[in-house]
Write a new protein. Sequence first.
Length: 440
Amino acid sequence: MALIFLTVIGVSLDFLVLDRVRVQAFHETQRASTEWIGSFAADGIPSATSSSTSVDLLQLVDSGGQVVAASEAAAGLPPLSALRPPDDDRIQDGTVCSPEGGCILFTASRLLPQTNRLIPGGEAHFVYAGMRQPAILVSHGLEVATAAGVLLVTFLVAWGNWRFATRLMSRVEAIRERMSEITVSDLSLRVPQPPVCDEFGRLAFTVNQTLARLEESVELQRRFASTTSHELRNPLAGLHAQLEEAVLYPGDVDPRETVHKALSVTDRLVAIVDDLLVLSRLRAGAPAVHEPIDLSALIAQETATLADGVPVHVHIDREVKVWGNRIQLIRILSNLVANARRHADAEVEVTAERTDDQAVVTVTDDGDGIAPQDRERVFERFVRLDAARRREPGGSGLGLAISRDIAQAHKGTLLVEDAPRGARFVLRLPLMDTADGPAT
């Protein structure tokens, strides 16, 4: 493309230069012819001279083709041309070439009648002013120089593009080589990031961000798998020991008691597996049908069916509506209320109100509370504080983690905040009129 573009420019420049030289040459011949004609007088024809050193061929030719007067360089030469300008076009330019003398650029001028009367005979006469064709028009030096310049510039453009492309491709190759070294077992490597903030710099930055998120995700999956296997291993080991004892010592073990204990362990395993399935669906962003839900009515409905135990006092505003999935919101309310009743000493308080553009649900107990350093840990998977283990040894440790994921899936938050006594869980969700609308 560069060669074609530069060739077109070079050819155009050649034509312009050659045309300019030709026009300038004819301009000089016309001026020389006009100067000589202007010097004609009644007392005779002056000698043929020109102020231009390049225009040295001057001839005065009659209508019969005889040379009447000529300059020193044109003396003895036949008429420069047989061109005879007509009356309506008295000045014409032309070129005449011969194998021996080369080419001559000339101007043929037809004398006016009053000028012809100054010449004996009074017939029509013609003045020819000519010059040897300039060397630039004869030789091919300009074309050769232009071609050499075009090739040189094309080479420089090609070399520059090659260097530029090589530098760019070296960055891509460096990214490719580093990416080929990254494996699932080692995601700590990062691709080299150029200091220049161009497309490749932004690409490397995005790749490193993606690798960082991938490393974090894989690390979370590893910790999750390790914790899950640990949480499942303990009840499975206990179940295996009970069944093995019943098989080895059938006379010393009560079968009914063994089956009862085995059912209790399997219930806990089922609860853990169910919670893991719910958690994996939430983390995977599995779609769920959303609809308008009145949190006040939902809280009143769920707390009305609570079994005997720690009393729950409800304080709710009317029509605190949100967009959400009913099953998931019931689960988060049930988890929070059940958690509060386990840790409460005497009572649990549940409130629901509208605050600005949010629906705020608080669940507060009057128990020992949660230490500030543990307020985020309680939302981690399988994290159970010592008090929780004492009050409910068979819990899965996933209830609060599921609750927070449900809140985030509804574009809300779930936090532990300060309370005069006990623990205070605060759920915030966008109100229906400020939410993005129903989601499926």
